[in-house]
Every structure is written in C-alpha cells, then in structure tokens.
Design a protein around this ligand. Structure first.
Ligand SMILES: NC(=O)c1ccc[n+]([C@@H]2O[C@H](COP(=O)([O-])OP(=O)(O)OC[C@H]3O[C@@H](n4cnc5c(N)ncnc54)[C@H](OP(=O)(O)O)[C@@H]3O)[C@@H](O)[C@H]2O)c1
Length: 446
C-alpha cells in the first residue's frame, strides 16, 4: 500500500537550529505522517538558517537546506511560515518584522523579543496582514497562550500568577530539599545545563518578567513595560529562609503575579520570591516545572502545570503553532489577536492604569543580619513603626557572621511601599550588616 501523498505542502523556514530548532526538526519529522493526515497538508522545513554551519551539533544539519542569511528566508516568497528560533532581540526583531510586513506567519519562542518589542511586532502583523504565534514563549510545553487566547475567551482575569522560570524553580527546590546554599546549587544547575553561563536573566527575575508581560498582554490587551514591573530575584535566599518557611508550613517560590482591579482599573505586574502555604498546588510544583494559576470570572480558577523549558517541551509548543499556521493558510480562522479579546471593553485599555504593586497590601517576611548588640531590636522596631509597619512576630537566631545575629520578622498586613521604605531605612543603618531579605507572604486561595 502506498502512503497517501498530500498535494499541498506548506513550506517553513527555520531560523535557528540550536536547542529548540533541532527539537522542532526532530519531532516534526517523527510525527510527519500523523500531522499531515490531521492537517490535510504537508508541513515541510524548506530552509534552515544558522550562524555557523560548521558547528558540531547533536543532530546533523541538513546541508542542502542551510543558509547563514536568515533574511533570505524572511523575504522568500515560497516560504509563508517563518519559525524564529534564534533568540536575541536584534536580528530576530528584523527577521520577525520583515516577515510580518510581507504578510507571513511568524512562529517564535522568543519571550524577550515579544516583551521588549511587542507593540511594534503586533502592529507589523496588523498592517502587513501577517500573524504572530508564540505559544513557546511562556511556560514551555504548557499551552497557556492558547488557553488565554481561545479557551478562556469568555473571561476577565482578576488574577494570574505562577512559576514561570524553570531554572529558578530548580534552584529553589534543591535548596529546600537538600538544605543547600544558592551558590552551590547554581553551580550544579550550570553543570547540568539547567542554567545559562550568564544566569542573571533567570535568577534576577527578568525572564519571568518577560513572560509575565506577555501573559498580561494576552489577558488585558496592554503591554506593560519592563520598568513598570516590580522585579526581584532569588540570589539572596538562604537556607535560613527555608528553615523558617518549613517550620511554618510554607514554601518559597519565585512567582509572577498579574493583578487587575476592575473597580479602579489598575493593572500591576510583579515578579518576587514569595512564601506560600504548602497546601497549595503551586507550592508543590518543583524542579524545572512551571505552574500557572488563572482566575477567570466565568470559569473560576484553572491551573496549568508542565515542563517550562527544554528541547522537547518547547518543540511541542512550536509545532502546535506550526499546525495552527497551516490551518490559517488553509483558510481557517485567524488566531484571536489580544486586541479582539472580549476581556477588553472597547476603549477601556486607554483608561487602564499600570501601577507598581506598591499600593497592594500583604503580609511580609523580613530577614535582617544585625550586629549582636543591645538596643538593636528597639531600633529596628522604631524604624518599622515610623513607616507604619506593624510587627506580627520576631525570631532571633545565630548568624554565620561573627558577632552578628539573624532577626526574622513577620508583619501584619501592610502596603508594599511601606515595607520597601522600611527595608531601605534598615539597610542604611550601621547595625544592619547585610541587605535585608524581604519576602511577601502570599495569600492566594487556590
Ligand atoms: N532552550 C529552551 O529550553 C527554550 C525554551 C523556551 C524558549 N526558548 C527560546 O527559544 C529561542 C531559541 O533558543 P535555543 O535555546 O534554541 O537557542 P540556541 O540553542 O542558542 O540556538 C540558537 C540558534 O539560532 C542560530 N542563530 C543565532 N543567531 C543567528 C543569526 N544571526 N543568523 C543565523 N542563525 C542564527 C544559531 O546558529 P548556530 O547554531 O550556528 O550558532 C542557533 O542554531 C530563544 O528565543 C529562547 O529564549 C528556549
């Protein structure tokens, strides 16, 4: 019996044959027959752009498809689908804009690109008649973009929060389970390929911020600039923070929070290490996994968990977009653009106020390393009182530093600005010998 031959072929230009590009090549070839059958059209990778064709790779580079000029793919009239898997925001931006302005479909996994140049990219898609698909940009293999854009289209989103960075989650999980310090786990994560040589984008919270801004755009139709996101990372978390958390039934996770107040029409986005009760499902999302909790006003709370990065999970999301791209080209429905999402009442986005989360109230945890001398606690308390921060509990223990003590304070509900001001005041005191560690105590229900 001969295999059915699909007359229509959709050509894809793959810009990038690195971790994700090779995953897409591998899985697209492995699933070719099933995909062709389901789509009624054959997806064919027709060109591949790399920087260095001579580089050694896990998968052999299909030589006859290779170019070192990704622009030749972006402008090739025979290629309607451009899959941007190069990373970076320079060449990737140019390729994406060129392809969209030519009316093509661009599939990308590049969260930094979308977060930093989202308005320009979506405008190019609108004016050029192209489409941008970006499932792999947030949550790796979790189809969170499709869920927000399509499945949850009836909803308005008061709260979206989640673990969006697998590297940080891996580091925090190992610190917690094995009582290790940050530096040792980071070194291990680098050795195992879970962290980049330059870890700062991940551990300082910026990768999570990029992803959070994409989710905020999908849910609320507006791009929140990175400078308007409150971002803090995980570098200063220590085993003593985990010891405290453990004794109170809490876990520490780096959480991205997108909070919309529909009464005041405020939107705030933050990325912070937080303490959260261990009974919550998200508190138990460990290792490199991501977890995202979406509270919709119609559906209620929904939760998504899966591998947040890596070759296979990311390729799964990219291939999902490639299949959608083929369906669009076959005359199917265009993907819902966030501007068309019903969560945005016409004109409302003009009035939406992007606020730093400083007006929000919460309980906080504050760890101070102080000189072990009399009167220190009184000075700390006075500083908190002058900022109207009310102390709920104080624990004092030994510090690793000589002649120092560790003070762990928790507060009653207070607004974030007050506690930030307190932390800054304390940092300036001569008796406080290290920068304070400040963690929000999350009060999520689900
Ligand atoms: N890795 C993950 O788990 C993951 C997960 C989610 C999203 N992403 C995103 O996916 C994208 C790709 O990540 P990756 O991990 O696959 O990166 P990668 O392994 O570094 O691969 C990048 C590829 O792009 C090629 N390239 C870069 N600049 C180029 C240029 N100017 N011209 C031609 N080719 C160029 C490189 O060529 P050479 O091979 O010749 O150097 C390489 O093949 C990034 O935006 C990343 O943020 C990655």
């Amino acid at each position: 019996m001969t295999a059915r031959v699909y007359r229509k072929t959709m050509k894809i230009g793959l810009c990038g044959f690195g971790v994700v590009g090779q995953g897409v090549w591998k899985h697209l070839n492995q699933r070719r027959r099933e995909l062709d059958k389901r789509l009624g059209v054959s997806l064919e990778i027709a060109r591949i752009a790399v920087r260095d064709p001579a580089k050694e790779r896990k998968l052999p580079l299909p030589r006859k498809l290779v170019t070192t000029d990704p622009f030749s793919i972006a402008v090739d009239p025979e290629i309607p689908i451009v899959c941007e898997l190069m990373g970076g925001t320079d060449v990737a931006r140019e390729i994406t804009l060129t392809a969209l302005r030519a009316g093509k479909i661009v599939v990308t996994a590049n969260k930094a690109l979308l977060s930093e140049f989202g308005p320009e990219i979506f405008e190019a898609a609108r004016t050029g008649g192209g489409h941008i698909l970006f499932e792999a940009s947030v949550g790796g293999g979790i189809p969170i973009i499709k869920a927000l854009r399509e499945g949850l289209v009836a909803n308005r989103f008061r709260l979206i929060y989640g673990i969006l960075n697998g590297t940080c989650n891996y580091i925090l999980t190992r610190m917690e389970n094995e009582d290790l310090n940050y530096t040792d786990v980071l070194a291990d994560a680098k050795r195992l390929g879970y962290a980049e040589a330059d870890e700062s984008l991940d551990v300082d919270g910026w990768d999570s911020a990029h992803k959070a801004s994409i989710l905020a755009f999908l849910a609320h139709g507006t791009w929140v600039r990175l400078e308007d996101i409150g971002v803090d990372g995980i570098r200063r978390i220590s085993p003593s923070d985990f010891a405290f958390a453990r004794s109170f039934g809490l876990r520490i996770k780096l959480l991205s929070v997108i909070a919309r107040n529909f009464e005041s029409n405020d939107l705030s986005v933050s990325v912070r290490p937080m303490l959260l009760p261990e009974r919550l499902v998200l508190a138990n999302v460990n290792e490199v996994y991501n977890g995202i909790c979406v509270a919709g006003d119609v559906v209620g709370t929904t939760l998504y968990i899966g591998r947040g990065a890596g070759q296979d999970a990311t390729a799964s999301a990219v291939i999902g977009d490639l299949a959608d791209a083929a369906l669009v080209l076959l005359g199917g429905k265009s993907p819902l653009l966030p501007d068309d999402a019903p969560s945005i009442v016409s004109g409302e986005e003009d009035r939406l106020r992007i606020t730093l989360p400083e007006n929000q109230e919460s309980r906080f945890y504050l760890r101070l390393t102080v000189k072990d001398a009399s009167g220190v606690l009184a000075r700390v308390s006075a500083s908190m009182a002058s900022n109207r921060v009310s102390i709920a509990s104080v624990l004092q223990s030994e510090s690793d530093l000589p002649d120092c003590a560790s003070l762990i304070l928790t507060t009653h509900r207070t607004n974030e600005k007050a506690i930030q001001d307190t932390a800054n005041d304390l940092k300036a005191m001569s008796v406080v010998v290290e920068d304070p560690v400040l963690l929000q105590i999350a009060e999520f229900e689900d």
